[in-house]
Structure formats: C-alpha cells, structure tokens
Design a binder for this molecule. Structure first.
Ligand SMILES: Cc1cc2nc3c(=O)[nH]c(=O)nc-3n(C[C@H](O)[C@H](O)[C@H](O)COP(=O)(O)OP(=O)(O)OC[C@H]3O[C@@H](n4cnc5c(N)ncnc54)[C@H](O)[C@@H]3O)c2cc1C
Length: 217
C-alpha cells in the first residue's frame, strides 16, 4: 500500500502584496483533516509554505516565459502555500512486490507493481473538490490546472506486505506481528499493517512496535 498524494498550490488572498519573510517558513506544521462517512475515509492535508525545491515545479507550470514566471513568483511568494493531500490505501489483489534473484552478472532486483482501480480517479477528484472548498472558505483560491497528482510510490509511506490476519494464511502475521510461516519471527514495522490510513504512518509504526514489544515478550 502507498498513500496517493496530490500537491495543491493555493493563493492566500490576504497575503497578496506582503513581503515574503523566510523566518515564517514552516514545513508540515499545519495540517487539515477532512472526515469522511467512515473513519477509513479520512483525508489528510499537510500545509506548507513554498521554498527551494517546491518552487521549481510550480514556476515551470506558469504559462509564461521563465523571466515573467519568476517575476510573478517573487511578487506572489508571501501569498503562496501548498496542501499535500494524502489519501488512505487498502490492499489490492493486483499489487505485488517481487524479489527477482540475481543471476550470473545481473544483480537481484526488487520489482514493484502497483495498479489503481477505476474508482481511483473519482476518489482523487472528490478529495480535491473538498480541499478546494475548504481553502475557498479560508479566503484562499487554487489556480486552475496547477494541482499535481503524484505517481504512486511517491509518498514513501509503504506498508502491508505481510499483513496481520485472523486466518493463518502464508505471508501473513498474527495481530502481534508473529509470522504465520515461522513461529520465532516477529515483524515490528509497517509490513503488518492491514490498512494504510491517510495520516502519515511513522508514529503509528512506532506505537505498534512498542505494543508488540509489550504484549508479545
Ligand atoms: C524522504 C522521506 C520523508 C518521509 N517523511 C515522513 C513524514 O513526514 N511522516 C511520516 O510519518 N513518515 C515519513 N516517511 C516515511 C517513514 O520514514 C517510514 O514509513 C518509516 O521510517 C518506516 O519505518 P520502518 O521501521 O518500517 O522502516 P525503516 O525506517 O526503513 O527501517 C528499516 C531498517 O532496517 C535496516 N535494514 C534493511 N535491511 C536490513 C538487513 N538485511 N539487515 C539489517 N538491517 C536491515 C535499514 O537499514 C533500516 O534502518 C518519510 C520517508 C522518507 C524516505
């Protein structure tokens, strides 16, 4: 599993014309959470100001020459922000990770295959509509055509290869991360997650590892 991410730049109208102050820069310290009809449908947004590497893809998309785009960017800088929208993921039958063994001179390779179903496009559109609406209510607007749907695999939030399962199936674990294939093997990272929530997973990984250490040993 992997979180689908969408980068949505916005303009904060009240900040237009103000001087950009690099000391106000913050990275992912402000978040927005949109609840869905079930807890699983939660959509997470991380809000950041724009700096360095974030600027290039945006300037590149402004439909003017580089000089004009940079001029506009410098004068809009203080008003610009970005929401990194994260969607939850579920296990999908067609998604696989295969370790291809080395042969002869060729190194082994990790082959990742990720397929999204037809419902994915609508899920993305729906989340984007909701975030746009929230931003509008906060006095911000999203310039048309600027949002970027990142390719799967870009979020670096991976998990679920050997998920917890009530059934003792091969390639699964108990709720305490104990392998169903080898009794003396416990997994304490994201591999055992049976579901990937939209909110970044690292604190959950840490809490889960502590839970397994407390309960299993
Ligand atoms: C650039 C980047 C930004 C991120 N930002 C965020 C964020 O803002 N918020 C968030 O929640 N998550 C973020 N993540 C994701 C988060 O870092 C990972 O989900 C998390 O670190 C995974 O933890 P882990 O313990 O499962 O695996 P890892 O942290 O990958 O730990 C695996 C460990 O196993 C070791 N190892 C591998 N093979 C062997 C071997 N054969 N023998 C011995 N040791 C081995 C590795 O050296 C490594 O230390 C980010 C990831 C990246 C790459």
């Amino acid at each position: 599993m992997d979180n689908q991410q969408i980068l949505m730049p916005f303009v904060n109208v009240r900040m237009l014309g103000r001087q950009y102050d690099p000391n106000t820069y913050q990275y992912h310290q402000v978040g927005l959470g949109l609840e869905g009809s079930t807890p699983r449908e939660y959509v997470h947004g991380q809000i950041t100001t724009l700096k360095t590497a974030m600027i290039h893809p945006i300037v590149q998309r402004v439909p003017f020459d580089l000089r004009t785009s940079l001029f506009l960017f410098r004068n809009l800088h203080a008003a610009l922000g970005l929401v990194n929208i994260n969607l939850h993921d579920t296990r999908r039958d067609h998604n696989t990770v295969v370790l291809e063994p080395a042969s002869g001179e060729t190194d082994g390779r990790l082959l990742v295959h990720y397929e999204t179903g037809p419902a994915e496009a609508e899920r993305i559109r729906h989340a984007m509509r909701r975030v746009r609406r929230v931003l509008r209510r906060l006095g911000c607007f999203v310039p048309p055509g600027m949002a970027h749907v990142r390719p799967m695999g870009a979020s670096v939030h991976y998990c679920g290869l050997l998920p917890m399962s009530r059934a003792r199936d091969p390639w699964t674990t108990s709720s305490l991360g104990q392998s169903h294939d080898f009794d003396n093997l416990f997994f304490v990272d994201g591999t055992t997650f049976p579901f990937l929530p939209a909110k970044n997973l690292t604190f959950s990984l840490m809490a889960n590892a502590a839970r397994i250490a407390d309960c299993a040993f």
